[in-house]
Design a protein around this ligand. Structure first.
Ligand SMILES: Nc1ncnc2c1ncn2[C@@H]1O[C@H](COP(=O)(O)OP(=O)(O)OP(=O)(O)O)[C@@H](O)[C@H]1O
Ligand SMILES: [Mg+2]
Length: 225
């Protein structure tokens, strides 16, 4: 197995009103290329924080976050932005869709940042949206969609640039079983295409479909089966 990412002794502390709170403590994790990984744990245990560190939107107080052997934490803001843009697709816990824009515009956004031309953008968005069953919604305003449809828009936006790693923060949290199954199937297909997937979830059924399963407890990960 080829190691893609390695977290070494990651410690993350938040300070609020002068009160330090250690959320991650000497956390270690190794992620193989093409693997699917689930992270479970109580609300507030640090799952989203861990994804933010992998995405390099947050920096740990100590430890290393190695990507292909390179420590991402010591890079400049600009270099980290390049790492993120080139490698990471992120489905945030609260989606962060642009509610006043169309489905198309939301999904196309990462391609606009990459300066992909209009025709290719149109093609790629249409193909992907059709695959996820939201092809007929492209001109609709995102604010008018159902929860499951919004989730699928967020997935499309995260994977449209074909990232190496997909980070999905409780991607099925608010969905019914049918929509959950659709999304898990999409993840499985993406994994077959070679994408490495890291999912946080409260749902054992979601977790059990992953190659590696962890629980985040007291700032560290334990392997579960
Ligand atoms: N920017 C921040 N500033 C201060 N405290 C923070 C910040 N972000 C997170 N925290 C705190 O760190 C802890 C972990 O938060 P995090 O969002 O990572 O938990 P989580 O496991 O994702 O929870 P949930 O399952 O509810 O999404 C929480 O106690 C939270 O209040
Ligand atoms: Mg969270």
């Amino acid at each position: 197995m080829e190691v893609l990412m390695e977290l070494k002794d990651i410690t993350k502390v938040f300070v609020q009103r002068k009160q330090p709170q250690t959320v991650l403590m000497n956390l270690n994790m190794s992620i193989a290329k093409g693997q699917s990984v689930s992270i479970r744990g109580k609300s507030g245990c640090g799952k989203s924080t861990l994804l933010n560190i992998i995405a390099a939107t947050q920096i740990a107080e100590s430890g290393k976050m190695l990507f292909n052997g390179q420590d991402i934490q010591i890079l400049s803001n600009k270099e980290r932005a390049i790492y993120r843009s080139a490698n990471i697709g992120y489905i945030p816990q609260n989606l962060y869709l642009l509610d006043d824009r169309s489905v198309f515009n939301n999904i196309a956004l990462p391609l606009q940042y990459l300066k992909i031309n209009k025709e290719e953008t149109r093609n790629r968005v249409e193909v992907l949206a059709n695959r996820l069953g939201i092809g007929t919604l492209l001109n609709k305003n995102v604010s008018l969609l159902s929860g499951g449809e919004r989730q699928r828009v967020a997935i499309c936006r995260a994977v449209i640039k074909k990232p190496l790693i997909l980070l999905a923060d409780e991607p099925t949290g608010s969905l019914d079983e049918e929509n959950e199954a659709i999304i898990l199937d999409v993840f499985q297909e993406l994994q077959k295409e070679g994408i490495t997937i890291i999912i946080t979830t409260h749902d054992e059924a979601v977790s059990s479909r992953c190659d590696a399963m962890y629980k985040l407890i007291k700032g560290g990960l334990i392997s579960v089966h």
